[in-house]
Design a binder for this molecule. Structure first.
Ligand code: 4AD
Length: 484
């Protein structure tokens, strides 16, 4: 029954669909239907036009005289209602099948939608056996369920809304940086350095036995980048304001709801900084500008999340957008945690790294809005962080942005621009030779500078209220899983 031999074109015997349109125009229209995206068709601007739409069937309702379909092509959350004579019904017209429909756009009698397409012709382009198809008509599948089908989940409303939002947020981030005079740099994916020094590297080597003899393809060990920061620092020495936005890789053996082995990071680097506020301002402005654009351009898609995935989250987003992000020091954060009546699983002594449970508590404590934590213990931060030289409670000029529901969203710092201090730190870590080029940046026209990185998937989790990071990236990669 579901063989392609059955695919065919059904032409309505009833041509009454063009009633009221002059013969001559009808002839022209029929010959030249305009191809419309569903997002264009549903606006109602083209009422009366003879059009062709293409997409996938989201619902099929055969009635005695008429057949009702909803067709979606991914251009918007809305589907277009198609009304056809029941003569056009066919067993291959099923939920999930791909169709091309030609007909006339009419004002809809139903107030839910401004227009519907009165079909003359329905062509099943690709059939879909509804019994085998993992998604069922009228069912609202959970994010956990659809996650099992990374090759098909983009056909669901939740996943397609998410991907449109992701696309808009990407554009918004690029707009923000463009409007603020940043130059985009394509930092390399393959690198010979470990920027964060945390050892969470994926090594890069050619595959195949013919390469087994070779020591290293690049003559040095190479890795997938954990951060484009060091390459951005190179460029900030010529362009003052630079950014990069690309895939980043960490071999973290984690199954957590906020870690991936491959994630996208937005990183910016700014020269001639005077204080950490020069960085917090960029982080906050970028967050606001991006979120404003997403909320304005993807209203329906965002609503789907705020209504069905994380009810109540819209109020949190509105409050984030209204209030200025507070700033506390790490030492103040430790005081807040130690004064709390909550029992934490991890220690909260000065010098400890903040854990997710601490970050979430601090966000709640500060009014459930994003909060900057600055001046972390010097020993917790990588070699590049600027020494505050502030005595026994020795700190570095580093900053994290913690956000509701997620915890750490951004990590950044002023960079150590003083040649002497940086040389000593690299020598102590045994890295002075590896980073001789980095020291050169301090030898030739060194300026105070700093930057940060924002996890793009965590940003999406934060504004949409999505609990699991695997649900905000098209093809999640994490330990023991690399589907497709
Ligand atoms: O705090 P991180 O490690 O900072 C850096 O890599 C700096 N070199 C960035 C810079 O200053 N240019 O990572 C930045 C952000 C984190 O705050 C987090 O949001 C995200 O990247 N992140 C991850 N997101 C998903 N999965 C992971 N495994 C992540 N690790 C970090």
């Amino acid at each position: 029954m579901f063989q392609s031999a059955f695919r065919t074109i059904y032409v309505a015997s009833n041509t009454a669909v063009c009633r009221g349109i002059s013969l001559c125009f009808r002839h022209y229209c029929k010959k030249n239907p305009t191809k419309l995206r569903i997002s264009e068709a549903v606006t109602g601007a083209e009422v009366g036009a003879n059009v062709t739409v293409q997409g996938w069937v989201r619902s099929v309702r055969p009635q005695k005289a008429n057949l009702f379909l909803h067709v979606n092509d991914g251009s918007s959350l809305q589907s277009l209602q198609v009304v056809a004579s029941s003569e056009l019904n066919h067993p291959l017209l099923t939920f999930g099948s791909a169709v091309e429909v030609t007909g006339v756009l009419k004002k809809s009698p139903n107030r839910k939608q401004p227009v519907e397409l009165e079909a003359e012709k329905i062509h099943v382009v690709g059939e879909c056996n509804p019994v085998d198809f993992p998604f069922k008509i009228k069912e609202r599948h959970s994010l956990e369920y659809i996650r099992q089908f990374p090759h098909l989940r983009c056909r669901t409303n939740a996943s397609s809304s998410l991907l449109r939002i992701r696309s808009e947020a990407t554009a918004a981030i690029h707009s923000y940086f463009k409007e603020n005079g940043f130059v985009q740099i394509h930092t390399p994916v393959i690198t010979s350095n470990d920027c964060e020094g945390a050892g969470e590297l994926f090594q890069v080597e050619p595959s195949g036995p013919e390469n087994a003899e070779e020591e290293n393809f690049f003559s040095v060990p190479t890795f997938l980048t954990v951060s484009g920061q060091l390459h951005l620092e190179v460029m900030s020495g010529a362009f003052s304001r630079v950014y990069t936005f690309g895939p980043t890789f960490r071999a973290e053996n984690s199954q957590s709801r906020r870690h991936l082995a491959e994630f996208y990071m937005v990183e910016a680097e700014v020269s001639f900084t005077q204080s950490i506020e020069d960085l917090t301002k960029v982080m906050e402005d970028m967050f606001r500008a991006t979120t404003e654009q997403v909320l304005a351009q993807c209203e329906e898609d965002v609503d789907l999340f705020h209504k069905h995935v994380s009810p109540g989250h819209r109020a949190t987003v509105d409050s984030m957008m209204k209030k200025k992000f507070p700033v506390i020091t790490y030492s103040e954060a430790i005081d807040i945690l130690n004064r709390s009546s909550q029992k934490f699983a991890f220690p909260t002594d000065w010098g400890c790294d903040l854990q997710t449970e601490h970050e979430k508590y601090l966000v709640k404590h500060c009014g459930n809005v994003p909060v900057f934590v600055t001046d972390y213990p010097y020993d917790l931060k990588p070699f590049y962080a600027r020494d505050n030289r502030d005595g026994p409670a020795h700190t570095a000029a580093a900053v994290d942005l913690l956000v509701p529901g997620v915890g750490e969203l951004c990590g950044g710092s002023l960079r150590e621009e003083r040649l002497g201090l940086l040389t000593t730190r690299l020598e102590e870590a045994g890295l002075a030779d590896t980073y001789s080029w980095y020291l050169d940046l301090r030898r030739f026209g060194s300026v105070p500078h700093g930057g940060f990185g924002m996890g793009f998937e965590r940003y999406l989790q934060c504004i949409l209220g999505v609990d699991n990071i695997k649900d905000v990236i098209p093809f999640p990669r994490f330990s023991n899983s690399c589907l497709l």
